[in-house]
Design a protein around this ligand. Structure first.
Ligand code: NAD
Length: 475
């Protein structure tokens, strides 16, 4: 029996029109059929979201009632962890164990966190000397278009819709065409949780001249939150400019990872391996440029290469697999293009069977080579040596991207000094991937516009309103 994932618009799932196949990147065969939308479906979803916002209860509910529904939604996602994890794994090839351990719990946490954050938030009051006082109301912005990538499907989709919903907005979610399934499952669960029809809509399709473009040019949309490639971010910003729709952009990265001679090498190797080979390197935050202080270069390199070679590459459904195939044939070809001409010496790795790239380590790559400057978005890392702290910071900052960086050192002053000097939205010291959802998340340069997380998400998904009152003097 064919597995089908439909659009979910105004509480109704439908896959009546044209469909496309979702191809499992491990078997390289279709595993599901997905409704293929276009401008019509996008328009219908925006209309439903508009009506649910303008006339429905969702934006008018108290935070406690809305929060309770969101927690119920999170409960259901928790109960459906296996189904959701398998859907993401089959769609884009990530090990199902990782989807269960990382993506699903993070999805649940995104929803619970923003439900509570909105319910517990305070707003500012401004006592004024002039016999007035002023305060801020954080009112929902309206209809939010959320456009997501395929690398952490449910997790990154929930990172967008959870704060939007918690602050009383309605949402049209467009998942990436390579990872559509979990979005439909989540929309079904939202309805089951009692979230009203039209509040969370899902439309499947492509970007340019399709659902994505229709959403970004629709004047009925009040906010666009996008995660994806920097080039797509530019196209979306240009499209959104026509209706002056505010855009939040979480874009590509080329994370620098600085390993100083005074680092704890066990910690540095363990996190550096995770930072580049988790999710087969298909991570915006990947530590794809490692800079090593010369004094420890030999030992670090030997241990890093041994750890890379020990990773188990293979079938994403096998519980022992740590690195699966790349998400699609197109993407695999793109990553292989870098391996054809790496610009340096490959110590280990290379193409595997099917759409697999084995964990690949390259040394002696010049600073201006594509492998050092472009986002590969695969399990490929460069190792480069440095002699001084200033040189390390200079190399790290020599990038159009600025999403994140890592520092490994046991010297506290150096940790603070280098963290301050790095041009990045997030710096991890002696760790990687740890998040506090209250902290700002986003990038500088080609890595994005704006920040999300905690109050930063509130700023984007609300219209802060100033209310100023005259206070009468006592008669
Ligand atoms: P992508 O830009 O190709 O696609 C992302 C989404 O945008 C998809 O849903 C796609 O259909 C849609 N889209 C494409 N063109 C569009 C257009 N013209 N108008 C509207 N929508 C359009 O990105 P991808 O390949 O799915 O994801 C990988 C990229 O995402 C990498 O660059 C990665 O670094 C980035 N990423 C960033 C973060 C972050 O938080 N900064 C997180 C994850 C991924």
């Amino acid at each position: 029996m064919t597995t089908i994932f439909g659009h979910v618009i105004n509480g109704m799932e439908s896959a009546d029109g044209p469909r496309f196949d979702s191809v499992d990147p491990w078997t390289r065969t279709p595993w599901a059929e997905v409704a293929l939308g276009g401008a019509d479906e996008a328009g219908r979803a925006v209309k439903a979201a508009r009506r649910a916002f303008d006339e429905g209860r969702w934006p008018r509910m108290g935070h406690a009632e809305r929060g309770a529904l969101l927690h119920r939604f999170a409960d259901l996602i928790e109960e459906h962890t296996d189904e959701l994890a398998l859907a993401d794994s089959r769609d884009m090839g990530k090990p199902v164990v990782a989807a269960r351990a990382i993506d699903a719990p993070r999805t649940v946490w995104n929803i619970r966190f923003f439900a509570d954050h909105a319910r517990l938030a305070t707003s500012e009051a401004y006592p004024m000397d002039s016999g007035h006082h002023a305060y801020t109301r954080y009112e929902p912005a309206g209809v939010v278009a959320a456009i997501a990538p395929w690398n952490f499907p449910m997790m990154l989709e929930s990172w967008k819709f959870a704060p939007a919903l918690a602050w009383g907005n309605t949402v049209v979610l467009k998942p990436a065409e390579h990872s559509p399934a979990s979005a439909t499952v989540m929309a079904r669960l939202a309805l089951e949780a009692g979230i009203p029809p039209g509040v969370l809509n899902v439309v499947h399709g492509y970007g340019p001249a399709s659902v994505g473009e229709a959403l970004t040019t629709d004047p009925r949309v009040d906010r666009i939150t996008f995660t994806g490639e920097s080039g797509t971010g530019r196209a979306i910003t240009a499209a959104a400019a026509r209706a002056l729709t505010p855009v939040s952009l979480e874009l590509g990265g080329k994370g620098a990872n600085l390993v100083f001679a005074d680092a704890d090498l066990d910690t540095a190797v363990e996190w550096s391996i995770k930072a580049i080979f988790t999710n087969a390197g298909q991570v915006c935050l990947a530590g794809s440029r490692i800079y090593i202080e010369r004094a420890i270069a030999e030992e670090f390199t030997a241990r890093f290469v041994a750890a890379a070679e020990a990773l188990i590459v293979g079938d994403p459904r096998d519980p022992s697999t740590q690195v699966g195939p790349l998400a699609s044939e197109t993407h695999w070809r793109k990553v292989c293009g870098y391996l054809d001409d790496p610009g340096g010496k490959v110590l280990t790795g290379g193409r595997g069977d099917g759409w697999v790239v084995r964990p690949t380590v390259v040394v002696d790559v010049p600073a201006d080579a594509p492998l050092q400057r472009e986002e590969v978005f695969g399990p490929v890392v460069t190792l480069t040596l440095f002699d001084t702290e200033a040189e390390a910071v200079g190399l790290a900052n020599d990038s159009p991207y600025g999403l994140n960086a890592m520092v490994f050192t046991e010297n506290l002053s150096r940790a603070h000094r280098v963290s301050a000097a790095l041009r990045a939205g997030t710096v991890w010291t002696n760790c990687f991937f740890v998040r506090d959802l209250r902290a700002p998340f986003g990038g500088v340069g080609d890595s994005g516009w704006g920040r999300e997380g905690g109050t930063f998400s509130r700023e984007f998904f609300t219209e802060p309103k100033a209310v100023i009152m005259a206070v009468q003097e006592s008669p």
